[in-house]
Design a protein around this ligand. Structure first.
Ligand SMILES: Cc1cc2nc3c(=O)[nH]c(=O)nc-3n(C[C@H](O)[C@H](O)[C@H](O)COP(=O)(O)OP(=O)(O)OC[C@H]3O[C@@H](n4cnc5c(N)ncnc54)[C@H](O)[C@@H]3O)c2cc1C
Length: 434
């Protein structure tokens, strides 16, 4: 029941802050009853002023704060269902100040962290495929993933347990087999290795941009370079105060990534931000390129978890340390993608590369910073905010969330619209922290 309404004198008189761009765009809310319209679809004259005031007061069905990784997907899923969605971000589209930049993210299904993630990943895979089809873009490169580590460690037993629980195809090998197949990778002789062929990497910025493009195509209003200063909610509506005015909606989704602590102070003690570093190496030896069949890799070593990607788009082999990171209070917008150096981290990565990636060399060509937002148990927060049933929160992705973003966007939209939830979200509930 959509009805375009021209900006009237009454609307201008209504003392509500609303930008012209939005008024030009808006429609009568879905919740309007047909009895409020005449048979010709026109709002009845006698109550026109009151109705228009209501339109302006309830202009959005859902506002999404933060349209980075999760928020871009959420905005797309909401807009696809036809609800009037406003997505707000403090930076430009697919920016490099938060957690969703740096060219690539690993995606895998045999999840060593816990089998409870596998159903979400199966849905994420379907939705990444769907996104590729709808956008006609290649976002997911199925290079395969090699995971190496001790048999009594975290990774190898964890991968096996998720693969067994969900009958996922994996190949078990020794470290020597791996080195034989890909001379550019090795592990300790006593380690085991697992190859997951259905894994690979996502082009991170392109995924965000594609979700945003489709969100716009489905009618979502996206406002960039605009900060949310505060928000509030009561049982009727949510109010969001931004740099350029106040917006109101029936529902709110908060997907603020490493800024969630300031948007949700009640969660701040449960979220620790870490500054992390990603490094690109120009290999000395051939064989490290995606087109050579080189896979993504993940090592569990006695100095922590390290992982990386084949050369892609000429930028070199990317390596990062999953463990560790510098704890910080809040992301520094100036420093986010600058050359802030963590000498200790860099040294560990160089030593890792020289030990487990023979032939790569030490020609470090560039690096970038990025942020993890970690919970105490490193599991996500996917929930409605206690005491605010019209506020959905997706946060604390703990450095492993991007591969899920396609599914998290759908889940956030289902939570916001009070739809039936096809997943067990108990492991991700906020109340687990109490
Ligand atoms: C170095 C690194 C490597 C990683 N590797 C992997 C990997 O291989 N595989 C994997 O699955 N995951 C990986 N991750 C994790 C994954 O990238 C993140 O979990 C995911 O990108 C987080 O998305 P997000 O939407 O929560 O945050 P973001 O993408 O940062 O989005 C948050 C958005 O909210 C906006 N925002 C915040 N506050 C406000 C405000 N007040 N007003 C307006 N806008 C606001 C921000 O501008 C931002 O755009 C990695 C992360 C890092 C840092």
């Amino acid at each position: 029941m959509f009805q375009r309404v021209a900006l009237s004198k009454e609307a201008r008189l209504a003392q509500v802050s609303v930008s012209l761009a939005q008024v030009d765009w808006y429609c009568i809310p879905l919740c309007w009853e047909s009895s409020q319209l005449t048979s010709k679809g026109r709002v009845q004259k006698s109550t026109e002023r009151q109705h228009i005031a209501r339109i302006i007061l309830a202009i959005w069905d859902v506002i999404v704060i933060g349209v980075g990784g999760v928020g871009s997907a959420t905005a797309m899923h909401l807009a696809k269902t036809g609800v009037r969605t406003l997505g707000i971000d403090q930076y430009h589209a697919a920016h490099d100040r938060g957690s969703s930049h740096g060219q690539t993210r690993i995606i895998r299904q045999a999840y060593f962290e816990h089998p409870c993630y596998v159903p979400l990943l199966q849905r994420a895979y379907e939705l990444w495929d769907d996104l590729e089809q709808k956008s006609n873009k290649r976002l997911f490169h199925r290079t395969g993933l090699v995971e190496l580590g001790p048999t009594d460690g975290v990774v190898i037993p964890g991968v096996q347990s998720s693969a067994a629980a969900y009958d996922l195809p994996i190949e078990k090998l020794t470290s020597l087999d791996i080195h034989h197949r890909w001379p550019g990778i090795k592990g300790e002789n006593h380690w085991e290795a697992i190859v997951e062929l259905n894994a690979g990497f996502l082009k991170v910025e392109e995924c965000v941009q594609t979700h945003l493009d489709l969100a716009s195509r489905y009618g979502c209003k996206l406002v960039h370079n605009c900060s949310v200063r505060q928000w509030s909610s009561d049982s009727r509506e949510v109010k969001v105060v931004t740099d350029s005015g106040t917006e109101k909606a029936a529902k709110l989704v908060i997907a603020g990534g490493p800024w969630t602590r300031s948007l949700l102070p009640e969660l701040s003690t449960k979220l620790q931000i870490f500054r992390k570093h990603q490094y690109w190496f120009q290999p000395e030896n051939p064989g490290y390129r995606e087109q050579d069949g080189f896979p993504c890799f993940f090592h569990e070593t006695d100095r922590g978890f390290f992982y990386g990607f084949p050369c892609f788009n000429g930028k070199g082999v990317k390596i990062a340390r999953h463990s560790g990171g510098q704890p910080i209070d809040t992301p520094d917008p100036e420093a986010a993608n600058s050359q802030i150096i963590d000498q200790h981290d860099r040294q560990l990565v160089l030593e890792y590369a020289s030990k487990y990636l023979p032939g790569l060399g030490s020609q470090l060509t560039c690096s970038a910073n990025c942020y993890y937002t970690s919970t105490p148990d490193e599991n996500f927060v996917i929930d409605q905010l206690p005491g605010h049933q019209n506020v959905t929160v997706i946060a604390g992705l703990s450095g492993h969330g991007f591969k899920f973003v396609s599914a998290l966007g759908e889940i956030a939209s289902q939570l916001a619209l009070d739809l039936t939830m096809p997943f067990d979200l108990a492991p991700f509930a906020i109340e687990r922290f109490e």
